[in-house]
Design a protein around this ligand. Sequence first.
Ligand SMILES: Nc1ncnc2c1ncn2[C@@H]1O[C@H](COP(=O)(O)OP(=O)(O)OP(=O)(O)O)[C@@H](O)[C@H]1O
Ligand SMILES: [Mg+2]
Length: 406
Amino acid sequence: MSAPKRYRVAAVEPDERFRTRLTIQLAATEATVSESIESLVATLDGNRPTVVVFGPGLANDTGLAQAQRLSRQHPEMGVVLVSEELSLALLQQALRAGVRDALALDTDDAALRQAIERVGESLVSSRTQPGSGPVELGRVIVTFSTKGGVGKSILATNLAVALASRSTKQVAIVDGDLQFGDVAVLLGIPPTHTTTDAAAAIDQADVSLMDSFLATHPATGLRVLPAPVEPSAADSISPEQMLGIVRMLRTMCGFVIVDMPPHFDDVVLALLEEADDVFLVASMDIPSIKNLKVGIQTLGLLSLAGPKLRLVLNRANSKVNLDIADVERAIGLTVQFRIPSDVAVPQAVNRGVPAILDKPRAAASIALGEIANSFLGAEAEETETAADQEPRRRAWRRTDKEASGQ
Ligand SMILES: Nc1ncnc2c1ncn2[C@@H]1O[C@H](COP(=O)(O)OP(=O)(O)OP(=O)(O)O)[C@@H](O)[C@H]1O
Ligand SMILES: [Mg+2]
């Protein structure tokens, strides 16, 4: 990493052994490394955004209390905590103390540098854009069905990467299937932070903290909030917290896609109400259609989300004796999109790459791309060719520009 010009990097660590290690890790950032908070404070310049790395010797109650006090006194400063081991309890405590990101000491150097860059850029952009007027809220799109295995996650992940590649706006995907979500797997992303972290911090979170919880899909720049790694963690996430997460994300992104579980609970209900578009996914078989019909009736889905519902038939070319008109009559909605059954889909699942990127010319990918384009209007026509030709470079250029707050 070249020396950051727009913000400074400093580190503080009382223990000599850790201090030497941090000095080596941070050499490329030209960090000033101090042995005490007092000597750190002496180096702070109230005008210059500064990322301060708190070392493992401060990953305790006293250190975090000092981080909290310092962050209040020096709004130009953002703390990144590096601890010997990062437990969920410590992470939550750190976030409550206003720490912007926390990593384990054995995390690779690149992850630490990225965390520093993210915090540094957010400190810079929060200074250059003071109160930039009313925020335009992004569009919340959810994929829903009352039946499992019908293609909700396939639709959500492909739609998300297509929008991230083709739109000029930032796009995020949230795994709303808190127990068994597989969005991170489908995108080939190892979950670092998850909904558990974001939910625990949402009451105190600002945009830059939320940003630090989001992984970035390398090929498209899509921002990703994976489901908790432990299914039991789902119970501790409330509908209010999920809503808080989605509402904050829609201030940051043009599109927020939420992939839903196959059941109905208060979290799902809250998200259905919040959504602008609810993709109702049905597959072309009698049990799926029947299940959806009963689901729509018992959940009162038409009164809950009527005008927002978009019926999608997945595996629409399956060789079954089902007529689309029969399906529409049974469900009481018009089919808006059809996705054909296509071997490219399970092949892509196994590779951890959404089909639309893995096999863009496959029939299912083309159908999924048309769903994405329906959200882009003129933007799709302008960018589709360029996006198809070099999605990787476009996505990175956009992310870099946005990250620097331009
Ligand atoms: N159009 C398609 N063509 C071929 N296979 C498909 C298609 N859509 C989905 N599948 C297969 O069905 C499987 C289930 O899809 P997906 O995970 O999206 O369902 P889901 O509705 O999210 O399931 P759950 O309710 O368990 O979350 C996928 O792993 C994929 O292999
Ligand atoms: Mg799913």
